[in-house]
Design a protein around this ligand. Structure first.
Ligand SMILES: Cc1cc2nc3c(=O)[nH]c(=O)nc-3n(C[C@H](O)[C@H](O)[C@H](O)COP(=O)(O)OP(=O)(O)OC[C@H]3O[C@@H](n4cnc5c(N)ncnc54)[C@H](O)[C@@H]3O)c2cc1C
Length: 261
């Protein structure tokens, strides 16, 4: 089974800084890490590769510094790693990102399955997976917890609205992976070994033979006008009286703040 895993580098949640001029997230190696949801996609890929053999290719679109997440993916078990990087890809929205990833997948060649995380921890639209499937004109299922391969068919299981859903999907297909399946992080020995055994392939817009009008802000139908940090306010109030009276007062306060319905 030839598997491609799309992974993204994100800024650790409490370290997000906004550039006051461009209103964009400041990406720095110091606070960057692999999107935690993509560790679940990598864990699923490692399991399937063990069960069905085949190959596992990790791909990311991002600035040069995002190669770090590819080294981590190689340490976890990927056989190949591809960085799609070009200054013209900057400010791509999910549509433009899916186009670039689509061109990358076409250049990687034969594949049976694409795995993505459910969403990212930075903008978290959860749109790239389904959009990439549309770009490649292949079927997709979101939030899968189990995947079985049979000839040109996948049998997948997921939980949705309290129901266990089982679906059969023709190959090639794209699945976003539920975070319920758990994550896989590499050991130090695996990381050390990776640097000696692998190299990262780097493709820019020309290598992908991509259309410049479909990437970056030109290729985007949405843009982030402004990012306004939400000022977190904390206040503390002591409720006096007997426990029953305290419970009544607390209930009234919560109702007032529409925290109870
Ligand atoms: C605050 C903020 C808000 C934004 N809002 C929007 C918006 O409303 N609409 C919009 O179109 N764009 C939006 N963007 C731009 C969007 O963040 C980028 O297009 C981004 O590259 C992909 O979107 P995402 O992080 O939401 O990915 P998601 O759709 O949440 O990612 C799902 C999965 O797709 C894969 N994936 C996502 N990005 C990459 C990548 N670069 N390389 C490899 N795999 C990847 C991963 O497997 C990931 O788990 C926003 C950006 C910011 C910073």
């Amino acid at each position: 089974m030839n598997i491609i895993v799309c992974i993204k580098q994100v800024i650790a949640g409490d370290q997000v800084k906004i550039d006051p001029h461009t209103h964009r997230i400041v990406r720095s190696a110091e606070f960057s890490r692999i999107n935690p949801f993509d560790l679940c996609a990598l864990a699923m890929a490692v399991r399937l590769k063990k069960e069905y053999s085949g190959t596992m290719t990790a791909v990311t679109m991002g600035p040069e510094i995002s190669e770090e997440v590819l080294w981590e993916a190689l340490a976890i078990g990927a056989d190949r790693a591809v960085l799609l990087s070009d200054p013209r890809f900057a400010t791509s929205d999910t549509l433009a990102t899916s186009y670039v990833l689509g061109m990358g997948v076409r250049k990687i060649g034969k594949y049976d399955l694409i795995l993505c995380g459910m969403r990212t921890t930075d903008s978290g639209t959860a749109q790239v997976g389904p959009q990439l499937a549309e770009e490649l004109n292949i079927p997709h299922v979101t939030g899968v917890e189990r995947v079985e391969g049979k000839e040109n068919l996948f049998r997948v299981e997921r939980t949705s609205d309290g129901f266990r859903e089982i679906a059969e999907v023709s190959s090639p297909a794209l699945f976003t992976v539920s975070s319920k399946i758990g994550m896989r992080t590499p050991s130090l020995i695996e990381i050390e070994d990776t640097f000696t055994r692998y190299t990262i392939e780097r493709w820019n817009l020309e290598d992908l033979d991509a259309d410049p009008a479909k990437v970056g802000s030109d290729g985007s139908r949405t843009w982030v006008e402004e990012l306004i940090p939400i000022a977190k306010q904390k206040s503390c109030a002591f409720i006096e009286g007997e426990p029953r009276q305290q419970a009544k007062s607390l209930f009234a306060k919560l109702m007032d703040k529409n925290l109870l319905s």
